[in-house]
Design a protein around this ligand. Structure first.
Ligand code: ATP
Length: 353
């Protein structure tokens, strides 16, 4: 089911938490709301769920599958919610937790014990907790508890799923495993899902589409590859990974380092951004295009070599390269080298990182 957010503004007293948000989540997609703390991600999620009000300005609306749900009761919206803290019922078993939302149904919605059992056992299998149905929450690991929370949210057959930092409380390794598991599960059940995270790696790895938020606004929305490779502004570029900021000028359409005090007529002074893996380090200053810098730290543990440098004004520069490339030059701490950007992006607006 598609979800549409139109002209949503939210204030807490005088504080503008959401500033005219417009967003469409296509049916069956897994979408990440990504942004720094306080950017309004959770508030937006709560508004979609119906747990929070918003300003009733002209055109403000929340639509599920094209129909407005404003005014509908939270329960009638049939949204599955998974929070960072599992919030499981401590005195219920895994089975009891997952079955809870089905057992409390009354009237027309009520289903038989047999049907409940069948649905719950299917969900236990889906979240790979077979054999653990009689355990209590405190007899489970953090990752297992979060999978119970997910199964419980799915039990009510939600029209879509909202996840608020679902892996936030877990350690890095468990987090990574659960991430892959959630992606596989999503591919299997194709339930439209929106999850909140402030972890860019998590958003890029897991989501079909990423919504980058900042100060209550959507800065950019697109596929992980679009937002990473074609960031709309400096905030998005900075937020989606390490970035180096250089001062330079544009000469005949090319960006070059600005090392002079005076900028010659016709050459526009600018600032440009370069990702660590888009920088070449050379022992010689070929064509006089490199920026002199000194290597201050080399980190070789991991899939790539990470090299930190400082320029003549002690500004840090971060570079990443393959181990093959690294072993070609055999750079050492303290080496004087030249920094040459292979790819850079210039943004017109003022932004400091
Ligand atoms: P985090 O990643 O830290 O959870 P977030 O992006 O989810 O942040 P929100 O929780 O949506 O951010 O909060 C957005 C802003 O609104 C924050 O500055 C927060 O302090 C404020 N805010 C949220 N809820 C309330 C409230 N009930 N009363 C007052 N201010 C609030």
């Amino acid at each position: 089911m598609s979800v549409e957010v139109r002209n949503i503004t939210k204030r807490f007293d005088n504080f503008l938490a959401l500033d005219n948000i417009n967003l469409t989540v296509p049916n069956g997609d897994l979408v990440a709301l990504l942004g720094p703390s306080g950017s309004g991600k959770t508030t937006l999620l709560r508004i979609i769920a119906g747990l929070e009000s918003f300003e009733s300005v002209d055109g403000a609306d929340i639509l599920f599958k094209g129909a407005s749900v404003v005014g509908n009761r939270v329960a009638d919206r049939r949204v599955g919610f998974v929070f960072q803290h599992y919030a499981l019922f401590r005195h219920h078993t895994v089975y009891g937790n997952i079955a809870f939302g089905l057992k409390v149904r009354r009237g027309r919605d009520r289903i038989s014990r047999k049907a409940i059992r069948e649905r719950v056992m299917n969900l236990i299998h889906l979240v790979q907790l077979d054999g653990l149905e009689s355990r209590y929450p405190d007899q489970l690991s953090g990752g297992q508890r979060q999978r119970v929370a997910l199964a419980r949210a799915l039990a009510i057959e939600p029209r879509f799923l909202l996840l608020d930092e679902p892996f936030g409380a877990l350690d890095a390794r468990v987090r990574q495993n659960l991430r892959r598991w959630l992606r596989r599960m999503h591919d299997e059940i194709k339930l439209t899902s929106i999850f909140v995270t402030h972890d860019q790696e998590e958003a890029l790895e897991l989501a079909d589409r990423v919504v980058v938020m900042n100060k209550g606004r959507v800065e950019q929305e697109g596929t992980p590859s679009e937002v990473f490779h074609s960031p709309k502004n400096a905030f998005v570029m900075d937020f989606l990974g390490n970035v180096n900021l250089f001062h330079g000028r544009i000469e005949s359409g090319r960006v070059s380092f600005d090392r002079s005090e005076v900028v010659a007529d016709g050459n526009k002074q600018t600032r440009f951004f370069v990702r660590p893996h888009e920088i070449e380090l050379l022992p010689e200053n070929i064509d006089n295009t490199g920026l002199p810098a000194k290597i201050s730290r080399i980190q070789l543990a991991g899939a790539i070599a990470k090299i930190e440098l400082v320029d003549s004004s002690n500004k840090e520069i971060f570079v990443e390269m393959s181990h093959d490339k690294y072993s070609m030059y055999k750079f050492q701490n303290g080496d004087s080298v030249f920094v040459v950007p292979k790819n850079s992006i210039v943004f017109p607006e003022d932004y400091s990182i």
